[in-house]
Design a protein around this ligand. Structure first.
Ligand SMILES: [Zn+2]
Length: 303
């Protein structure tokens, strides 16, 4: 934890969310004149950062300045043990880290027992841990040098983070709103790391199994559509993506080997009815002019 910044090296220590700035901003690191510099030294020279770099764009400087914490404290920096909730070292926490390689998840134990394709569950698990390859995550690793923008390809409004792409993006939020309406649910998740930890557990017990499966289908299909736009330079209208999600959900429920998932037939029927409705409207949906209004149109008609 940074206090006076005197014993923390700005570039090399992992002080920004477990990351070292040299890995977050490799371009800026390559042009700095002095790499072995403490956070306190930078803090005391915050009005003269240009002296530490040969050249840098204003944007780079702004993000750099914003990342420097307040170092006015006289207290020394301290190390935090992130493998334990109490932030104190314990042999037990280190042993668990060594055993599972650090690939631990706080998701509830039955996360992997839900009957849907393992590749989908793996994707959801990685997304929950912010480990999928969004443009923002690639940028932190210096891996998106060929595409130097972080802009979301689904809405072109915000940076493509995990939460934005899968929950807050206009495209994603319309899909969430559609199913919230179909299933007569009122709350929606605010962040992906809360979906399985608090949002689904907060739902009515009869709805949880269906929402668990449906959430996986939603995330998976948003990811497929995003990749379609990035790699194939083509796109599906949101109606087609909703169509795929509903069909995927129904297929998974049909293929379930037993009733352990306890999907409420009423809830599943609601999804099927919405699918029938969309089939009837398929001629309209094929028109691109209705695409931007689809979410509102369907929500209005179904209510
Ligand atoms: Zn977006």
């Amino acid at each position: 934890m940074i206090h006076n910044g005197a014993s923390t090296f700005f570039w090399y220590d992992n002080w920004i969310g477990g990351w070292a700035p040299k890995d977050i901003s490799p371009d800026l690191f390559n042009i700095c004149q002095t790499s072995w510099i403490t956070i306190r030294q930078l803090y005391l020279n915050i009005s003269n950062l240009e002296s530490f770099f040969l050249e840098a764009s204003p944007d780079d400087f702004i993000s750099l300045i914003q990342s420097i914490p307040n170092c006015s404290s006289s207290e020394e920096d301290t190390n935090i043990w992130t493998l334990d909730r109490n932030h104190t070292f314990s042999v037990r926490s280190f042993y668990k880290f060594l055993v599972d390689g650090g690939l631990r998840t706080p998701l509830y134990p039955s996360f992997w027992k839900v009957e849907c394709p393992s590749k989908v569950t793996l994707f959801c698990w990685l997304a929950n841990d912010n480990k999928i390859s969004t443009l923002s995550n690639l940028g932190k690793k210096g891996c998106n040098f060929q595409n130097a923008t972080y802009t979301c390809v689904m809405c072109y409004k915000n940076s493509e983070t995990v939460d934005h792409l899968l929950i807050h993006c206009d495209f994603a939020s319309r899909i969430w709103a559609y199913y919230l309406n179909v299933l007569n649910s009122h709350s929606s998740p605010n962040s992906l790391d809360q979906v399985w930890l608090s949002w689904i557990p907060s739902l009515d017990a009869s709805r949880r199994p269906l929402w668990d499966l449906l959430t996986r289908a939603i995330l998976w299909n948003i990811r497929l559509e995003r990749n379609r736009r990035v790699f194939n330079l083509t796109f599906l209208p949101i109606s087609s993506v909703i169509f795929k999600i509903s069909n995927m959900l129904i297929d998974w429920c049909s293929a379930a080997r037993d009733s352990t998932q306890q999907i409420s037939s009423d809830n599943l029927q609601s999804v099927k009815r919405s699918l029938d409705f969309m089939s009837v409207r398929s001629a309209d949906l094929a028109s691109s002019s209705i695409f931007p209004r689809l979410g509102v149109t369907l929500l209005t008609d179904l209510s």
